[in-house]
Design a protein around this ligand. Structure first.
Ligand code: OGA
Ligand code: MN
Length: 294
């Protein structure tokens, strides 16, 4: 459990309201179109360590606002999927269910089906991102929920024998394998060359809190030095354990919501249920760089 002090300090400056699940809190009292004082940023950092999913509602963020706010938390990554970049802010990745003519696509045709399977952004990178920020631009009337699950809670709620079994294991993450597993557009030769698999500890230590987290998801291909069936079964068991219905926070979007998630200790996935919907669903995503897991 986190010590009380960071949360108390954050609450003194801005509103930190835990939602239905303790790892998620709504931050109130901030207009993110305005530059923030360094004490406010420090308070947000503390709140983010106590609650690795932060929700800001009723915002009105231009792309520049989202980029400025995201930069308070570190350098921003530029997505590997270059075709989604707007020209003005390459740091903003548009998550959209629309085709080039602005018509909603059926689920099977959505650009990144991997988004709809449990994952933590960029775990296939040597230095995976610290945080991702998703901003709701256009939201369908129904569906299109994004779900989150705490990987700290997942690790802590394993029994002692299970924790012992997985301690020290290494998970190979592969962007290429993930594309194949999720039925995405097959990777090109060049993409395969540019995206070699990487290996991270299956149980990682959060660099700022020291808490352990089960670090896995759809980009995880196999456990190093383990028979393939055993590895597949173990990973399936762990994902199922981490994402039990009662531990999952479902974010029901409204336009103007900004949700910031700690990729080092939270899984997320979109719900595919708006595929084929008549309405657009558009989110803007920014991704804050991180360090190699240990
Ligand atoms: C993402 C993502 C989920 C969603 O963009 O990284 O996981 O609900 N999106 O669109
Ligand atoms: Mn994602």
């Amino acid at each position: 459990m986190m010590p009380d002090a960071p949360l108390a300090a954050a609450t003194a400056i801005l509103g930190v309201k835990p939602l239905t699940h303790a790892f998620v809190a709504e931050i109130t009292g901030l207009d993110l179109t305005r530059p923030l004082a360094s004490e406010t940023v420090a308070a947000l950092e503390r709140a983010f360590l106590a609650h690795p999913v932060l929700v800001f509602r009723d915002q009105k963020l231009a792309r520049a606002d989202q980029v400025r706010f995201s930069r308070y938390f570190g350098d921003l990554d530029v997505s590997v999927n270059r075709q989604y970049h707007g020209d003005d802010f390459p740091e903003i990745h548009t998550v959209s269910n629309l085709d080039a003519d602005g018509r909603p696509l059926p689920f099977e045709k959505l650009a990144n089906p991997g988004n709809y399977l449990w994952h933590t952004d960029g775990s296939y990178q040597k230095r995976p991102p610290r945080a991702s920020l998703l901003y709701g631009v256009e939201i369908p009337k129904a569906g299109g929920v994004t779900s989150f699950a705490s990987l700290h809670d997942a690790h802590e709620s394993l029994d002692a024998a299970q924790r012992e079994r997985i301690a020290g294991l290494k998970l190979v993450h592969s962007w290429v394998q993930s594309r194949l597993n999720s039925g995405s557009r097959p990777p090109t030769e060049e993409e395969i060359r540019n995206s070699p698999p990487v290996t991270h500890p299956l149980v990682r230590t959060h660099p700022e809190t020291g808490r352990k987290a089960l670090y896995m998801g759809i980009h995880g291909s196999h456990i190093e030095d383990m028979a393939s069936e055993e590895s597949t079964a173990l990973l399936a068991m762990l994902v199922e354990h981490a994402t039990r219905e009662e531990v999952v926070y479902n974010h029901h979007w409204r336009a103007g919501d900004l949700v910031m998630t700690d990729n080092r200790c939270v899984l997320h996935r979109g719900a595919p249920d708006y595929g084929g919907a008549a309405e657009p669903r558009i989110l803007h995503r920014t991704v804050v760089s991180g360090d190699a897991p240990f």
